[in-house]
Design a protein around this ligand. Structure first.
Ligand SMILES: *Cc1c(COP(=O)(O)O)cnc(C)c1O
Length: 437
C-alpha cells in the first residue's frame, strides 16, 4: 500500500482498514460509546500546551504565560488539564468562570474578556477571585471601579485595544480592525482617552494592554505588526502620562490544518520570532520588555478533536448531488453553516476503499443549511451504518453546540495513553426537558 499521510499526525489506518485516532480504532470507539461522538486526544492537548509553555519560558520574560481561550472548548476536565499544564485561562462569561471554578482552577490566572460584562458577571467574577479583567470600553471601567470600590478592593485590569490590523482572514473572524465591536481603537484616539480615564480610577490597577487580531492566522507578520502598534502606543502613554505597562497580551488566533491546503505552523518558532521582534522594538522605544500573554484556543484543541457519526441515508440525485445524511449535524458542528468552514472527512470503517463518490455530508436537522461539508470523496458503496469521521473538530464544535430540534448533544470521550474515558456524558432526553416547568 502507498504511503499515506493524514490531516494530522495523530490519525492513521490499522490492519482492518479502520481509521485510528490517537492510536485507537475509531470504529471500536463508535461501537463502545455510540454516535454522534466527540473524541479528544488528551495527549495531543497536553503536548500543545507544553509547546506554548516551554516557548514562553525560553523566549518571553518572567511573568509571561500562555492563556487557554476557553471559548474554543470549555468543560470541567479541560480546566483540570490546563491547571496541570500551568496554563492561564481566558474566560468570557459567568458560565465559563463557574466551570473553571468547579474544576478547582486557580482563578488568579484567569483573564475575563467579553465586550459586555453585565454587573452580575462583574460581581460573580470578583466573588470567584478572577485575577484580571480585560476591559473593553469606558462604561465597563466605571462599572468595575464601582464594584471594586464597594468591596474596598483594587482590581487588576488590562484594556482591550484595537491596533487596526487586518489579519487577511475571513471577515466574520476579523477583530483587530478599527470598526470592530471589540475594544477601543488606537487610531481614533479613543484608546488614549480610555487609558487616561482608567489611570484616574482609585480602585483599578492598570496592568497593561490587550489586543486580538483575529482567528485562523497563518500570515507571517500579523502579530509583529500588531505588536509594533501596541508597543508604540505603550511608549506614547509612558511619555504622556508616565505610566509603563507591565503586560502586553497579544490575544489568540494561530491557524490549524483543517484541509491539506492549510499550512503547517511551528508555534515555537512563531513565539521566538515574535519575541525577537518585540525585544528589538522595545530597545528602540527604550521601553522595558513587558510580560507577554497570548491566548491560543484553536491551536491547543482543534486537531486534538474528531467527531464520529453513523451514516443513515444516502440520497443520490442523478446529475446533481449525492447526500450522505449522518446522525448529527449543525447542532454539534455549526461551523459550515456559519462560515462555510472546511473539514476533512473520512469513511472510518472503509479507509482502504477507493473514494469515487462526491458527497454532501448533511446533518439531521430541519434546515437545508444543515451541512457538515460539501464535495466529500467517499466510497461508492457508502451506506447505512458506515462510520463517518470529521477531523479537526476539537475547537468551536462542542462549545458552539445547540439543542436545535431538541437533539441531545454528544458526549466528549477523552483518549489518553491508549485508554479512553467519558469527560462529558451524552445528553439524555430527560436532560432536554430538565429545565421545562
Ligand atoms: C477567540 C479569541 C481567542 C482565541 O482565538 P483562537 O483563534 O481560538 O486561538 C483569544 N482571545 C480572544 C480575545 C478571542 O476573542
Amino acid at each position: 500500500m502507498e504511503e499515506r499521510t493524514f490531516i494530522c499526525e495523530n490519525i492513521g489506518v490499522n490492519g482492518e482498514g479502520h481509521l485510528t485516532f490517537a492510536g485507537q480504532d475509531t470504529v471500536g470507539l463508535a461501537a463502545r460509546y455510540g454516535t454522534p461522538l466527540y473524541l479528544l486526544d488528551e495527549d495531543r492537548i497536553r503536548d500543545r500546551c507544553r509547546i506554548y509553555t516551554q516557548a514562553f519560558r525560553d523566549f518571553f520574560g518572567a511573568g509571561s504565560r500562555p492563556l487557554y481561550a476557553s471559548k474554543a472548548n470549555a468543560f470541567r476536565h479541560i480546566y483540570r488539564i490546563m491547571s496541570e499544564e500551568e496554563m492561564g485561562i481566558d474566560v468570557v462569561s459567568s458560565g465559563e468562570i463557574h466551570t473553571a471554578v468547579s474544576a478547582g482552577f486557580d482563578m488568579s490566572r484567569a483573564f475575563f474578556h467579553s465586550n459586555n460584562k453585565t454587573d452580575e458577571d462583574i460581581r460573580y467574577a470578583m466573588d470567584c477571585g478572577v485575577g484580571f479583567f480585560v476591559a473593553d470600553n469606558e462604561e465597563e471601567i466605571l462599572a468595575l471601579e464601582a464594584e471594586a470600590a464597594r468591596r474596598g478592593a483594587v482590581q487588576k485590569v488590562l484594556l482591550r485595544l484595537t491596533p487596526g490590523i487586518d489579519p487577511h482572514t475571513y471577515e466574520a473572524v476579523d477583530t483587530g480592525r478599527v470598526d470592530s465591536k471589540f475594544g477601543s481603537a488606537i487610531e481614533t484616539g479613543q484608546a488614549e482617552t480610555f487609558t487616561a480615564m482608567t489611570l484616574r480610577q482609585p480602585h483599578i490597577r492598570l496592568e497593561g494592554f490587550h489586543c486580538h487580531v483575529g482567528s485562523m492566522v497563518f500570515w507571517e507578520d500579523v502579530y509583529e505588526r500588531a505588536a509594533a502598534v501596541m508597543l508604540k502606543f505603550m511608549a506614547h502613554i509612558r511619555d504622556r502620562y508616565g505610566y509603563v505597562a507591565g503586560i502586553l497580551d497579544m490575544g489568540g488566533g494561530y491557524g490549524v490544518r483543517y484541509v491539506d491546503s492549510d499550512g503547517f505552523l511551528d508555534i515555537r518558532e512563531k513565539v521566538k520570532t515574535l519575541s525577537d521582534f518585540m525585544r528589538e522594538e522595545c530597545r528602540e522605544l527604550k521601553l522595558p520588555m513587558p510580560a507577554v500573554m497570548m491566548e491560543p484556543g484553536r491551536s491547543i484543541v482543534a486537531d486534538a478533536g474528531m467527531t464520529l457519526y453513523t451514516c443513515g441515508t444516502v440520497k443520490k440525485i442523478p446529475g446533481y448531488k449525492n447526500y450522505v445524511s449522518v446522525d448529527g449535524g449543525m447542532t454539534d458542528n455549526p461551523r459550515f453553516a456559519l462560515y462555510g468552514s472546511k473539514y476533512t472527512v473520512y469513511a472510518a470503517n472503509k479507509m482502504n476503499a477507493e473514494r469515487p463518490l462526491a458527497c454532501t455530508v448533511a446533518g439531521r436537522c430541519c434546515e437545508s443549511g444543515d451541512v457538515i461539508q460539501e464535495d466529500v470523496p467517499l466510497p461508492a458503496d457508502i451506506g447505512r451504518g458506515d462510520i463517518i469521521a470529521v477531523c479537526t473538530t476539537g475547537a468551536y464544535n462542542y462549545s458552539m453546540a445547540s439543542n436545535y430540534n431538541r437533539i441531545p448533544r454528544p458526549p466528549i470521550v477523552m483518549l489518553c495513553q491508549g485508554e479512553s474515558y467519558v469527560a462529558v456524558r451524552r445528553e439524555t432526553l430527560e436532560d432536554l426537558t430538565a429545565l421545562d416547568v
